[in-house]
Ligand binder design. Structure first.
Ligand code: GLN
Length: 305
């Protein structure tokens, strides 16, 4: 399998030049696009790695399902459903997803920025800092690395330039969809997006979702099984934003991308996958990462459909 993955990575390396690294967060523009790595962790207890799987990158939107899991555990499904919806947006990740009328919770999907900012405000904590620390701790547990931390430069870069997210935050506040101070909530969100991670850690998080809440090589359940069903379902319809339909056909697994170039894949009951390649397609999903997942899924019959 290691050899199979190594061949897959070599075959797809040509695609790393076809994407473009994100530049709207200035610090991300400095990232070397010629990186490609993968890690796969199976429910048979095995782990496989290939390419530059050790390289670190910022988690960006792959933190959204983690935030949703913690907010679900903190508040229960009913409260979450009253603030954020579950329907696919079919729109880019930073879209203002509302019509002329009132902004309602059902317009807000937790896998795009607007919904994720609302979810950040639902994580329990006395202030933004405590909310973020609880999220970081939870991410450390899922990822199996107690030293996981943020990339300070990327965090500050996004905090300095993230005015569109600020606008989304104030819009949500205006319609009563976020609690507390908007800037504090945004600070939690920007920090969350800048958690510095690698392929293995992403695969471990994906593993927890594939195994309905169990940590790799452990029987410990760290969130309720039904929350894995909830999150995996939303990943399927909106994890790749307005590329989710095509991804469902070509790859066919719940997955989440981030503009740092990471993709977390979840094959329910079978495996968690972490992939990294920073060049993005026009929807903000890793270009080479999707090609790798597509070939991998076809070879291994991973599609859930
Ligand atoms: N931090 C990024 C933002 O809010 C996350 C977006 C993404 O990864 N798609 O714009």
């Amino acid at each position: 399998m290691d050899e199979f993955l190594e061949n897959l990575i070599n075959e797809c390396r040509k695609y790393t030049d076809m994407g473009k690294v994100a530049t709207y967060i200035p610090e991300l523009a400095k990232v070397d696009p010629n990186q490609l790595g993968i890690c796969v962790i199976g429910t048979n207890g095995k782990i496989f790695r290939a390419g530059q799987h050790q390289n670190r990158f910022t988690i960006q939107s792959v933190v959204k399902p983690i935030m949703l899991l913690l907010a679900l555990a903190d508040n229960g499904e009913e409260v979450i459903r009253s603030k954020v919806g579950v329907e696919a947006t079919g729109k880019p990740f930073d879209a203002i997803n509302m019509n002329a009328g009132k902004l309602e919770s059902k317009h807000v999907n937790p896998m795009v920025n607007m919904g994720a900012i609302a979810v950040a405000s639902l994580i329990k904590g006395k202030d933004g800092n405590e909310r973020f620390q609880r999220l970081l701790e939870f991410t450390r547990v899922l990822a199996g690395n107690p030293e996981l931390d943020i990339n300070e430069d990327v965090y500050l870069s996004e905090k300095r330039t993230g005015n569109k997210n600020r606008a989304l935050g104030y819009l949500l506040k205006n319609y009563g969809l976020i609690e507390g101070d908007v800037d504090e909530v945004l600070d939690t969100y920007f920090k969350a997006c800048s958690i510095h991670i690698n392929c293995e850690e992403l695969a471990r998080i994906g593993y927890c979702l594939c195994s309905h809440g169990k940590l790799w090589k452990s029987d410990e359940r760290v969130f309720e099984a039904r929350y894995a069903n909830y999150v995996n379902a939303i990943l399927t319809t909106c994890g790749m934003y307005d590329g989710s339909g095509e991804f469902a056909i070509n790859v066919g697994i719940p997955a989440k991308s981030g503009v740092g170039g990471g993709i977390m894949g979840v094959v329910p009951t079978r495996m968690g996958i972490g992939i990294f390649s920073p060049g993005l397609d026009d929807k903000g999903n890793s270009y080479a990462g999707i090609r790798v997942l597509e070939k991998f899924s076809k070879e291994m019959f991973l599609s859930i459909f």
